[in-house]
Design a protein around this ligand. Sequence first.
Ligand code: SF4
Ligand code: FES
Length: 336
Amino acid sequence: MADDVKFKVSIDGIPVEVAPGTTILNAARQIGGDIVPPAMCYYSKLEGSGGKCRTCLVKVSKGSEKDPRPMPKLVASCRTTVMDGMEVLNITSPEVVEARKGVVEILLLNHPLDCPICDQAGECKLQDLGYEHGSAATRYEFERRTFEKIDIGDKIQLHMTRCILCYRCVYTADQITNQRVHGVLGRGDASEISTYIEKAIDNDFSGNIIDVCPVGALTDKTFRFKNRVWFTKPVDAHRDCPTCSGKVTLWYKGEEVLRVTARKDVYGEVEEFICNTCRFDKKATVDWVIDGPRHIENTSVISANHYELPAPPPVIKKNLRLQEANKEQLERAVKL
Ligand code: SF4
Ligand code: FES
């Protein structure tokens, strides 16, 4: 197919032209805003990611120009490629909003609601989804999964109870380090992230598994319990690093750098992976050249007091049924 061929797609009534082979999720990302499906396991920088969590479900109401039949079931937008003339519904479909609510309920079956003491609070995708779609009570009556604590080294803390088995950390270790020593052991409800014989993860780039984890299952021991992220000030900085790009975000409390992370884009994905020296060993301002304040998205409490309000597509505002399905999201779009 010629390089300049583009497929016309519409997502929540908004048209976009994308290259053949683009997934629905990435087509939505080209439009941007609230119509982009959430993604807990897909990560554009990691080959093979996606298809695990089902938070990105969408409805294909028209398959293509040639075959306009709708797809019979909701599909994972991170794994479904677009066809020419395809019409997709995300937040304009009450069915999708309802299904996503169910997915969140399943993800929360075994995930503890320990946000008040979890270091990921404020930058946790599951917390955001729980806030948008979660129910106040659980219907789950069985015993929850619990795990013995596993020591995976002096810099990274694993809390298996919080893991949603998205596999991002496994792909990260596989694809950007030269020796993966952890993975998913066991199957079904016995699956867990573990290092074999509790071998510490020790590699120049191992710290990146903290950044890719969408929940608080992998956290930075050098930052643990030091502060809530929304009390810290993110600042972009760089250094001349022989191992990585040296482009990071420093998280300040007063004049102290409490933690160092990779810079993340609007979808919470790291822009460039960073090495452990930058992440764990360079915690003084003199180590860095400061670039300026980090822009934080409005979905994060870190941006409290300088919100950019979400802007639901006009198509929702005109339709009472869609307004009802998106009630919670619309309420978030109204200033207190
Ligand atoms: S530890 Fe985090 S990144 Fe790894 S599979 Fe679990 S949730 Fe995903
Ligand atoms: S982001 Fe698509 S299934 Fe997880």
